[in-house]
Design a protein. Structure first.
Lengths: 326, 712
């Protein structure tokens, strides 16, 4: 498996997202400029210029027309995927972080960081069919918990919102009323900051990765803990294969603590685990820094990883991969 | 009281315990309802230090009794003596006078600023001879009260009935012949069985905050020692770990058992009150079984510094080195120009004198016999050669001596049976700019102790490591330049050459910087620690072949289990990541791996030496097939069971997962219509919409004709 190296960002990667068709790959980095690539050959298709700070997260609509990005410049922006033009900017009083389109793409959830005395918050915005009618009004604002919210996604049928972040707790909120419905158990749950959260293709369960060196699989309705995957490194990014029962964890030693002696010391590998048996299957090496972002192509035949080193590595699986037995 | 009893009592009285906040209960003062509080035990263990104590006052007895006229003169003398040791407080001098006779009582009280000064004064001037008839007797003021309590009449001590103790060696009788080890990580200390057959450790005992700095097994494995601010404690027992004895030694830093576990040496060093002074060190030697202090040593740190050079904290541990094998008969320490050898019968110097050796640098005991090997460096700019000599204890006769020229340094390595002594000698080259290394090999057990000189083929090779085969006659050396040094094996006797050392083989270019022989000999691990990131090569020296190559990334420590069946490699908290340990088979197969953050220590529990005679061992080795049958059958059973369990576990996980997936599918189906409406009637959920089809497209790129010559 020879990866395609995609060098377009000048700063560490923060997030990767495939569109539904799996032909486009969107990447976010700390260098202010989200980029779109051909998911097949890694050619750069274009960039979305306009942010004035690190871009933390993005989501693309089902019809691949609309892109939403959340940035440290205290805005979340809507973009025309095709032309690269900015359609709308949601302005906040603190950095925006996680963004996610609802089923049907009529709503979007955006989180903002705690900042200058403001607590973290979850905002629900209505996304207009016609961009010219778009307004910045919130349908709902939930005052968040202590600490940053690193990821948020919609639950089944847009009835709930799932959030996770610095306080290590995974929460389910009612998306109508903003009421807190469920919280993950302190005993069995994560012990440190949750850095990443990824929904399975059918939205039935999700995977969280944490600095406590583990990833956990949860039922999206009941918030029951189903599986735990233990690794040797803080987990920054997680992804689930839509095709096989595999999960991938990425991470590595904290960038500031990386030793200068040996790149192996940092373990900057994307680790594959058997989803059911919770056993490690293998690893994909290559990055020179921690892995910050992972995404599976919706067809399950390729995946990409984004690192602190500023590279996106696009991997098309060898035929052998589909016959792994453990 | 046990919780059950409480519950029982509560139900009898009709109290619902869940409604009672136990913490809000207050007992009347002084009433304990017959329940002994655990707190009192604590108080006993941690005596409080009062600011207001009288620890800084000493009482000097046996002063001359003088009339009033001479009072001031005596005061002057006493003040002079005690003023030198510390600062006497203002009004801190009181010499009582008998009101009837107006004479002094032969006593005085001196108050210092600090208890430390008082302590020092007591040590220095106790038994001080002012003149023939006046020998000072010094006591701490605080102790006077204690002395008053001593009954005047001697009463015979009560003889307690004998209670048989537990079998402290119970662990050796394990049915599966497993070994134990202790690990320390975070605040937890844990003793575990190495259950290699089941590929996992089996817990024995675990306790948080068991020790305040480290733990240590006694050399025969009977005790586990823990270290605390108040002193050291040893633990052991048949089934679990119970405290067996405590050894009070405030601020103890280091401990050391004698090889036969009869004695325990504890060490502490204390900051001087005056920064210009050196540290004070205190050493106690305890009897392990009774807890009695057999002898204590106190003094300035520099008295305990070895070989002249050495900073303030340059005490090399252990200060006392034990000799004479497992009988714990002798111990010795090195001083300036002397070696002091003590015997444990009376805890005094042998022959009441230390052995004088000018400029002695280093010494070591034979591991089995009362023989000392010592090294004296060159003197007088090379006029007097350096020498290594062997001295027999207790006679102090020199058995053998070897003079060495232009020596820069010497290291002594004893073979574990005391059969051989290898002395690694670094010599200057003619230009004195660099050094080269050679070995002097002593055959201790042979007549007249023949010495053989061994030089490496390449004399300039640096020696990186040296190790004797335990109980054997071979040794291994890592030599050469650091990135790819060579490893050579030598034997002191081969079949056709019994009297001479001969080389067995040299392995070129190994990533190794440390040698770890199996305690049973024959196998060795060539390890590349530190710069080599934990390279491991498992080598069979009988067959001269590599059994396995592995890596434990950034491993810091390697230890064989006492039987030589398994090896533990660990990454301790020197590194931030990867903390934990691996257990390997002797031939380099990774058995299991345990990760633990903040990992500090891994120690196998030692075993006492085997009772089998060498002949019996030989016999077992010859008929190994016969003996091993039973164990192989057991192994087979276990591995069958394991694979069965594994299959079972997988099946269970799979079933659980399938039921989850079924639930999800059902929900997904139920939600279908709603989801569709959310998407404005767009029908597809996922794959139904598009199906992967393989389409073969043939495209004609080029057609060309070529005439090939056809030859017959």
């Amino acid at each position: 498996m020879r990866p395609i190296l995609m060098k377009g960002h000048e700063r560490p990667l923060t997030f990767l997202k495939y569109n539904r068709d799996g032909d486009l790959l969107f990447s976010c980095a700390k260098d202010h400029t989200p980029t779109v690539w051909f998911a097949d050959n890694g050619e750069r298709l274009g960039t979305y210029r306009g942010h004035n700070g690190a871009v933390w997260c993005c989501d693309v609509s089902r019809n691949s027309m609309l892109l939403i990005t959340g940035s440290a410049d205290q805005t979340a922006k809507l973009w025309n995927v095709q032309t690269g033009s900015q359609l709308f900017s949601f302005n906040f009083d603190s950095p925006a972080r996680a963004v996610d389109f609802s089923v049907g793409d009529k709503l979007a959830v955006i989180t903002t960081d705690p900042f200058m005395g403001l607590p973290s918050a979850i905002h629900v915005k209505r996304i207009a069919q016609d961009p010219s009618e778009q307004t910045g009004e919130s349908v709902l604002t939930i005052k968040g918990p202590q600490g940053r919210i690193n990821r948020t996604v919609w639950g089944p049928l847009n009835k709930t919102i799932i959030s996770a972040g610095e306080d290590a707790v995974v929460r389910i909120w009612d998306s109508e009323t903003g009421k807190l419905l469920k919280e993950s158990d302190k005993e069995t749950g994560h012990k440190k900051t949750v850095t990443s959260l990824s929904k399975f293709a059918d939205g039935s369960h999700f995977l969280t990765g944490s600095l406590d060196k583990s990833a956990k699989l949860w039922d999206i309705r009941l918030l029951t803990l189903i599986k735990t995957y233990v690794t040797e490194r803080p987990v920054n990014a997680v992804a689930m294969s839509p095709l096989l029962d595999h999960v991938v964890l990425g991470g590595g030693q904290d960038a500031s603590a990386v030793t200068t002696t040996d790149h192996r010391a940092g373990k900057f590998e994307a680790k594959f685990f058997d989803k059911i048996l919770q056993e490690e299957i293998g690893g994909v090496k290559g990055h020179f820094g921690p892995i910050n972002a992972l995404a599976f192509n919706p067809d399950g035949k390729s995946f990409s990883s984004g690192g602190e080193d500023g590279y996106v590595r696009l991997h098309h699986f060898d035929p052998d991969y589909f016959h792994i037995k453990i | 009281m046990v919780m059950e009893e409480i519950l029982e009592t509560a139900s009898r009285l009709g109290i619902d315990l869940s409604q009672v906040d136990l913490d809000s209960l207050r007992l009347p003062p002084g009433e304990d309802f017959g329940i002994k509080s655990d707190d009192e035990d604590m108080n006993e263990e941690y005596p409080l230090e009062f600011d207001m104590g009288f620890g800084n006052i000493i009482v000097v007895d046996n002063l001359p009794v003088v009339p009033k006229e001479k009072f001031e003169k005596l005061e002057g003398v006493v003040r002079k003596i005690y003023g030198q040791i510390g600062v006497i407080k203002e009004d801190g001098f009181w010499m009582p006078v008998d009101p009837a006779t107006q004479k002094t009582l032969g006593q005085c009280f001196i108050e210092y600023n600090t208890p430390r000064e008082a302590e020092l004064a007591r040590e220095k001037t106790h038994n001080y001879k002012l003149d023939k008839s006046h020998v000072f007797a010094i006591n701490m003021f605080d102790d006077i009260e204690k002395f008053l309590k001593v009954p005047d009449e001697w009463a015979p001590p009560e003889t307690k009935p004998y209670t048989p103790g537990e079998n402290l060696q119970q662990w050796l009788t394990d049915e599966k012949a497993r070994d134990q080890f202790v690990v320390r990580s975070g605040s937890d200390t844990e003793v575990l069985w190495n259950d290699a057959r089941h590929l996992k450790p089996d817990p024995v005992y675990k306790r948080a905050f068991w020790t305040e700095s480290f733990v240590q097994w006694s050399p025969l494995g009977t005790y586990l020692a823990t270290v605390h601010r108040q002193g050291t404690a040893v633990w052991g027992g048949a089934t679990t770990f119970k405290q067996l004895m405590r050894y009070a030694h405030s601020q103890v830093k280091l401990i050391d058992f004698s090889p036969g576990e009869r004695f325990l040496v504890t060490y502490s060093s204390h900051e001087p009150s005056n920064p210009r002074d050196t540290h004070r060190v205190v050493l106690n030697i305890f009897d392990v079984k009774t807890g009695k202090v057999m002898r204590d040593f106190k003094g300035n740190a520099d008295e305990f510094v070895v070989g002249g050079t050495g900073g303030v904290t340059g005490v090399s541990w252990p200060v006392f080195r034990w000799g004479g094998g497992k009988d714990d008969k002798y111990f010795a320490r090195i001083g300036k120009n002397v070696i002091s050898v003590y015997e444990t019968e009376t805890f005094t110097l042998i022959g009441k004198k230390s052995i004088k050796v000018e400029n002695i640098m280093d010494f070591s005991w034979s591991p089995t016999d009362p023989i000392l090997a010592l090294f004296v460096p060159e003197l007088g700019g090379g006029n007097q050669p350096a020498r290594v000599s062997l001295i027999q204890i207790p006679g102090k006769e020199e058995m053998r001596q070897k003079n060495l020229f232009s020596v820069s340094d010497c290291q002594m390595y004893w073979q574990s049976n005391g059969d051989y002594l290898a002395v690694k000698v670094d010599r200057y080259t003619k230009t004195k700019r660099s050094t080269y290394t050679g070995f002097e090999l002593f055959r201790i057990k042979e007549r007249d102790i023949p010495i053989e000189v061994l030089e490496l083929e390449n004399k300039n090779d640096k020696i990186i490591a040296f190790a004797w085969e335990p109980k054997g006659h071979r040794f291994a050396v890592i030599h050469g330049d650091s990135p790819k040094p060579d490893v050579s094996f030598y034997s002191m006797r081969t079949t056709h050459n019994t009297g001479r050392v001969s080389k067995l083989t040299t392995l070129k270019g190994k990533q190794a910087n440390a040698l770890y022989w199996s305690p049973a000999g024959r196998y060795i691990i060539l390890a590349g620690l530190k710069g080599f990131n934990g390279q491991l090569e498992f080598y069979n020296v009988d067959e001269l072949e590599t059994m396995g190559v592995a890596e434990h990334f950034s491993a810091t420590d390697i230890e064989w289990d006492p039987t030589g069946r398994y090896v533990a490699t660990s990454v301790t908290s020197i590194h931030e990541m990867e903390n934990g340990f691996n257990i390997w088979s002797f031939n380099g197969k990774l058995l299991y791996r345990i990760l633990k953050d903040h990992f500090f220590q891994f120690l196998w529990r030692p075993r006492p030496p085997s009772f089998l005679s060498p002949e019996k061992e030989e016999e077992i080795f010859k008929n190994l097939k016969k003996y091993s049958k039973k164990y192989e059958a057991e192994d087979q059973d276990v591995s069958l069971l394991l694979s069965e369990q594994d299959r079972e576990k997988r099946r269970r996980l799979k079933d659980e997962w399938d039921s989850c997936v079924n639930d999800w599918k059902k929900w997904h189906e139920e939600d279908r219509s709603e989801r569709q409406s959310l998407r404005d009637g767009e029908a597809s959920d996922e794959e139904e919409e598009y199906e992967a089809k393989e389409v073969e497209v043939e495209e004609l790129l080029d057609v060309s004709e070529e005439v090939l010559a056809f030859e017959e």
